[in-house]
Design a protein. Structure first.
Length: 137
């Protein structure tokens, strides 16, 4: 019985989070792109991802929706202010304005994991090739 209540609570919380993210996304779209007849393709998904990230990082904000909308708009403006329009420079500019510690540590962990996987695959291939050479002769 307890598991069912917990699962229902989890589903309800997920629906509330999705609804909140959608409201904030639409608010940012209306605020930031009010002068445009049509929002560029992919922007809504980008904004939704930014909103989800802000909500995850700042789940304890008192003035939640307004504060998250403001922070997402600030991030979009900071990207617009980058002199070069290359994606690398926009991402670099965005990460410079954020706390890098958690991003770097996650990235380092992913890189280390990928390195181990690649090394293991190479080792497996070498062992298999060696066993074929020994067995074939």
């Amino acid at each position: 019985m307890y598991d069912q209540v917990t699962e229902e609570d989890s589903e309800e919380e997920e629906m509330i989070n999705h609804y909140q993210r959608e409201i904030i996304t639409q608010t940012v779209l209306k605020t930031y792109f009010e002068d445009m007849a049509k929002v560029p393709e992919g922007i809504e998904a980008l904004i939704s991802d930014l909103v989800a990230e802000e909500l995850q990082n700042n789940s304890l904000l008192l003035d939640g929706e307004a504060q998250v909308s403001k922070r997402v708009c600030e991030r979009l403006r900071s990207w617009r202010d980058v002199e070069s329009n290359t994606i690398d420079m926009m991402v670099e500019h965005d990460f410079r304005t954020e706390r890098l510690g958690s991003w770097r540590s996650k990235n380092d962990a992913q890189v280390a994991e990928a390195v181990v996987e690649i090394e293991f695959e190479i080792f497996e291939d070498l062992v298999e090739e060696l066993s074929q050479d020994i067995g074939g002769n």
